[in-house]
Write a protein that binds this ligand. Structure first.
Ligand code: THU
Length: 137
């Protein structure tokens, strides 16, 4: 069972995800997403936003942008991620992002937010049950 996140840390991640959403490049869907990925050290937080492309499949989700930034900086263990979409509806990670995050943190705490500060907390291994990982190979 993963540890509980302190409320102050949850609030901080939600704020950073909301700020990151400002940089979203989403001219095609107009659905702007921000994320904030907390490393296992409890200190480093990597923001991400979705980056779309005229060649639609080239588009990147906010979660995978944050993950790529963190891993390319040398981090491989993560505690939590906050995700916020464009409206009051809770934004949950897409299947591709669930798999990408599962590689590094199957037990990740996933804070799925709406724009009004509303959120739900899930575990990644609950969102991606029986996920495929390195031990499956
Ligand atoms: N998107 C994300 O960035 N994260 C999610 O979890 C859901 C979807 C982006 C992809 C695309 O740019 C836009 O939202 C609409 O699907």
């Amino acid at each position: 069972m993963a540890e509980e996140l302190e409320q102050s840390l949850i609030n901080q991640l939600v704020e950073i995800a909301l700020d990151a959403r400002e940089n979203s490049y989403a001219p095609y869907s107009n659905y702007r997403v921000g994320s904030a990925l907390l490393c296992d050290d409890g200190i480093n937080i990597y923001p991400g936003c979705n980056i779309e492309n005229a060649s639609y499949p080239c588009g990147l989700c906010a979660e995978r942008v944050a993950l790529a930034k963190a891993v390319s900086d040398g981090h491989r263990k993560f505690r939590a991620i906050a995700i916020v979409g464009s409206n009051e509806e809770i934004c949950t990670p897409c299947g591709l992002c669930r798999q990408a995050l599962f590689e590094f943190a199957p037990d990740l705490t996933v804070i799925c937010c709406g724009s009004k500060g509303n959120y739900e907390i899930h575990r990644l291994n609950e969102l991606l049950a029986a996920g495929f990982g390195s031990s499956s190979l």
